[in-house]
Design a protein around this ligand. Structure first.
Ligand SMILES: [Zn+2]
Length: 90
């Protein structure tokens, strides 16, 4: 699995139960988000948005619920549940 600094930051945010919005912003009401994670996302908004578009597991907002739908395809891990939800909102 490719594991760069951005993916690590996204995983850390996931562990904080922060949600990454389609805009690449963080939505984490009542959660203290460490500044370096915010900075990491701000600097990589394009990459973050493309991970969302690809339903990457790194931006899956509900890893506990979705994990069974995670699989490996086209060189990356993606979440089928997120892909299905994305179809509904877009
Ligand atoms: Zn998901």
């Amino acid at each position: 699995m490719q594991h760069n600094a951005l993916d690590q930051a996204l995983r850390d945010l996931q562990n904080l139960h922060a949600i990454i919005l389609a805009t690449g912003d963080i939505w984490a009401p009542g959660v203290p988000v460490p500044g370096h994670l915010t900075a990491q996302l701000r600097q990589n908004k394009r990459a973050v948005r493309s991970r969302i578009a690809q339903s990457s597991i790194y931006v899956c907002p509900a890893p506990d619920l979705h994990r069974r739908s995670w699989s490996y395809r086209g060189g990356q891990y993606w979440c089928a549940d997120c892909a299905r939800l994305q179809k509904h909102v877009s």
